[in-house]
Design a binder for this molecule. Sequence first.
Ligand code: CP
Ligand code: NVA
Length: 337
Amino acid sequence: MYDYAFEYWSVKTMGTENLVTLDDKNKDYILDLMKSSEKIKEKGSERKVLDGKHIAILFEKPSTRTRSAFEIAVKNLGGSTTFFGKEDIHLGKKESIRDNSKVMERYFDGIGYRGYEQSNLEKMDKQLSIPVVNLLTDFCHPTQALADIFTIYENFDEDFTELELAYIGNGKNNVLNSLLICSAITGLDLNVVTPEEFKPNSKVFEKAKNISQKTKSDIKHFNDKKKGLKNVDAVYTDVWVSMGDSKDEWGNKIEKLGEYSVDRDIMSLTASDSIFMHCLPAFHNRKTDIGREICDEHNLDYLEVSDDVFNSERSVVFEQAENKLYTLEALLKKLFK
Ligand code: CP
Ligand code: NVA
């Protein structure tokens, strides 16, 4: 399992802008991205900062939203993309991360990477003199957190520091890891609501708590749903078994996380104008092959969220997906300014 490398940022060669985790970003950086995303959403793209530039996209795992939004964002900024799926590239099989990085930077001006191990991304980043963007690893999903925080930013008139988000379900989760750091940096309050066995990564949680002391964000963990969800402004959940996790985990997770599944009762604990969030894809009915197989086996109609909550007026899940377009474009503008 990846050991959260606090030392990483002190050894990283400075000078190349990147997004490997959100740990080295500050509140101004993220708020600036939010404002830039808002402008892009309202007025469209303007500066062609990627004019004549070529971006490689390396994906070891499937993607619908992140790949689409990233490719569109590059093209909107005047650049071109070359996509490499898991089977298209020698990376890790016939060629080391170092050698691959040395080759890639001769052809490309930047890299978007979705892979299994965060440590591989960090190794790659250390070799590269061009920007690299983390488009999901087993450890974190920083560009998802940017789209999420932007969705919260545009859905409420209040300042971030006035708002409270609750993440409920499996705390050992890449999306939550980035949400914890992003909330702490921006000053958003975050309640993580999970059973004891599925508490968040302790190092990430502590790191978020440390950051929060400066930003006045309130980061807490609860086992008790009623306490953790009381009057919160937004409820977030993610799948209980992520890409790359073993299918064998479903049984135990359904047993332990079943009562943390987001349904109308859970939503009734929250503020009357609260929103429901999910990074997607979601198991909210039996209309997918995997969802149906797992639901059949355990006699369920849905997993981490009920269909009625997922499709309710409070649900902003498709806005989150759309907002990847603007936040990724804003990020690329910043990285290539
Ligand atoms: N939320 C998210 O990253 O979706 P994709 O896996 O479709 O990119
Ligand atoms: N936790 C999920 C997020 C998908 C966007 C996964 O890693 O599969």
